[in-house]
Design a protein around this ligand. Structure first.
Ligand code: NAP
Length: 351
């Protein structure tokens, strides 16, 4: 095999720590290290895992890391110099700032969905537009909600052709460790001015899809829930829709007998499966919710695990940008295998 791709994680929070672990599972990638601004429990676990820790601002951070008994390998700039590609997982908006450093050091970098499309110029979903990322210097992996929508819409557009989509995103207020965000006791239209940005965001990946979206924030931390309605060009049966979705390993159809009634059950299922951090990286679609009428109008519910659904796409994006794998299908197969993702057949799942 060619040399392994050297990957650096600039930012090691909810998304960054999962991408780092996923990189460690790939035989064509190696982890240069991770960058943080300060020592904390996430830095402690990174050190326990043997990841080299680099400081975002060493002048400020060095004494803090020293006091915590954690050694740092240098500045994040030094880490970036050693890498073939950087996965920027800094907080929303900071990626745009960091881009200046990547440009200065002439390094390819991937951004996350908190950055605007224009920061990278290419927005990515593995199934929908892998080819567009091949050889690019900057690419953005779209947000958790947009990733969930793109996976679903790509499958149904390919199968039946989409005329028009209307989707409602019922969003988690914050991540489980995100104590500063709310709401605690309200439902917040976000944004009130319609439509929400999610539709235009889907269009950065799939420009031909006609889509309107709205979003509300809810007092929950576990997952997002989407209600998706669409008009299809062909008029499939419900069984045709189910058979089509089952072709995509990053889409799980949940049968009624599993008795999964809520996002809490989905996450509990992840725990029972022994998934790392109970991550449910696939779109979770309630098979019972799928309804198609005689005019080709389709309705369904899907749950999206915001902390983890973008992780397989990050791995595929590394392969596309570096050109180590030019065939998107092969990259997805490899990622699915190394991360234990697969078509949901309860009898084939290994625990
Ligand atoms: P997060 O949990 O707040 O983690 C951010 C990380 O970036 C922390 O490790 C932080 O280090 C580090 N950091 C802070 N300033 C930095 C800088 N100047 N340069 C490099 N690293 C820096 O954030 P997140 O939730 O993972 O989000 C990261 C990106 O992914 C955002 O664009 C977000 O919109 C997107 N995203 C998030 C989710 C989600 O549900 N969380 C889902 C999909 C996409 P310290 O802790 O040491 O300060």
């Amino acid at each position: 095999m060619a040399d392994k791709i050297k990957v650096a994680l600039n930012g090691y929070g909810t998304i960054g720590k999962r991408v780092a672990d996923a990189v460690m599972r790939q035989d064509d990638m190696t982890l240069v290290g991770i960058a943080k601004t300060k020592p904390d429990y996430e830095a402690y676990v990174a050190a326990k895992k043997g990841y080299a820790i680099y400081a975002v601002d060493p002048a400020k951070a060095e004494s803090k890391f020293k006091a915590a008994g954690l050694s740092i390998a240098g500045s994040n700039e030094e880490m970036i110099k050693k890498a073939d590609i950087i996965v920027d997982c800094a907080p929303e908006g900071i990626g745009e700032e960091n881009k200046k450093l990547y440009e200065k050091l002439k390094k390819p970098a991937m951004f996350q969905g908190g950055e605007e499309h224009e920061v990278a110029g290419v927005s990515f979903n593995a199934a929908a537009n892998y080819d567009q990322a091949i050889g690019k210097q900057f690419v953005r992996v779209v947000s958790c909600n947009t990733t969930g929508l793109c996976r679903l819409l790509y499958a149904l557009d390919k199968g039946f052709g989409i005329k028009k989509v209307r989707a409602t995103m019922m969003r988690r207020g914050g991540d489980p460790n995100d104590i500063k965000r709310g709401p605690i006791n309200a439902i917040v239209p976000d944004p009130i001015h319609l439509p929400s940005h999610h539709g235009p965001d889907v269009n950065t990946v799939m420009p031909h899809i006609k889509i309107d979206t709205v979003a509300v924030k809810l007092p929950t931390t576990l997952m997002h829930m989407h209600y998706v309605n669409m008009n299809l060009n062909k008029v499939p049966s419900r069984e045709d829709v189910i058979a089509t979705l089952k072709q995509y390993p990053r889409i799980w159809l949940i049968p009624p007998w599993l008795n999964i009634k809520s996002t809490a059950d989905v996450i509990e299922f992840g725990r029972e499966l022994g998934r790392p951090r109970n991550d449910m990286m696939e779109n979770v679609i309630w098979e019972e919710s799928i309804a198609v009428d005689k005019e080709g109008e389709l309705n369904l519910f899907q749950a999206i695990h915001q902390e983890s659904d973008v992780i397989p796409e990050n791995i595929d994006c590394i392969r596309a940008m570096t050109g180590i794998e030019k065939d998107g299908k092969k990259s997805m197969e490899k990622t699915n295998k190394t991360m234990g993702l697969g078509n949901f057949n309860p009898w084939k799942l290994t625990l």
